[in-house]
Design a protein around this ligand. Structure first.
Ligand SMILES: C[S@@+](CC[C@H](N)C(=O)[O-])C[C@H]1O[C@@H](n2cnc3c(N)ncnc32)[C@H](O)[C@@H]1O
Length: 212
């Protein structure tokens, strides 16, 4: 298990990511000038279809201003910042990669959203939260890096309040094994794709009922 997580961590090592982001963002003005989530929109949504996909998923999840939202595998935090800005909700992000969490915190400071959006380094398989803490849990383009799907979906279910919603948008297997390298894995050693139906079965086995 640890070997697998180490392999994924290594894939998302991103040494010096925050410094590289600072260099790119200098184009928008000096460090002390606030950035809008929109300005970051092209570089902080780390999944297919970018911000449009996050907008759709958020709508399906039924997020409101009062929602406590958890974004699992939050990357550099674009989805979390968008949700907080669009709905006024509080969002917590967790990610396995320390450089990504560091970058997410930096970008959130730059958008002035640190009171609403927070990030922690943690594994999706062992979430550092009490049971029944969140109204909504989001998972976007993360499951393909996780072998133990049963444990992944059980953890989401555990931290959701009764009646809470789990919303996911992920890569699924279709038409045979893919060719590597891929954005989330250089080799099959860190990629665990499942077909859509098998993914749904694993989610439902954790106690979820599919809404759409
Ligand atoms: C393709 S990125 C997606 C980031 C974000 N969800 C987004 O859509 O912008 C995948 C992210 O999942 C994280 N990740 C992979 N395995 C994880 C695990 N076991 N626990 C927590 N995060 C994980 C990676 O570190 C990476 O930041």
């Amino acid at each position: 298990m640890t070997d697998r997580l180490d392999g994924v961590r290594d894939h998302y090592r991103a040494t010096g990511l925050t410094e590289r982001l600072k260099a790119v963002l200098a184009a928008f003005g000096p460090e002390d000038q606030p950035l809008t989530p929109q300005q970051l929109g092209t570089l902080d949504q780390f999944h297919t279809r970018g911000l449009a996909a996050t907008v759709e998923l958020a709508r399906l999840a039924g997020i409101t201003a009062g929602s406590a939202v958890l974004d699992v595998g939050s990357g550099v935090g674009g989805p979390a910042r968008f949700l907080a800005a669009a709905y006024g909700c509080k969002v917590t992000g967790v990610d396995l990669s320390e450089p990504f969490v560091d970058a997410a915190r930096y970008l959130t400071t730059r958008t002035g959203q640190s009171a609403q959006v927070a990030f922690q380094t943690a594994s999706a398989l062992e979430l550092p939260f009490d049971d029944a803490r969140f109204d909504v849990v989001l998972l976007q383009h993360v499951a393909m890096n996780i072998a133990d799907r049963a444990q992944l979906y059980r953890e989401m279910r555990r931290v959701l309040k009764p009646g809470g919603r789990f919303a996911t948008y992920d890569v699924v297997l279709k038409g045979g094994e893919p060719h590597y390298p891929l954005p989330w894995a250089r080799t099959p050693a860190t990629s665990w794709l499942l077909e859509a139906g098998v993914t749904r079965e694993a989610i439902e086995a954790a106690g979820f009922r599919t809404l759409t």
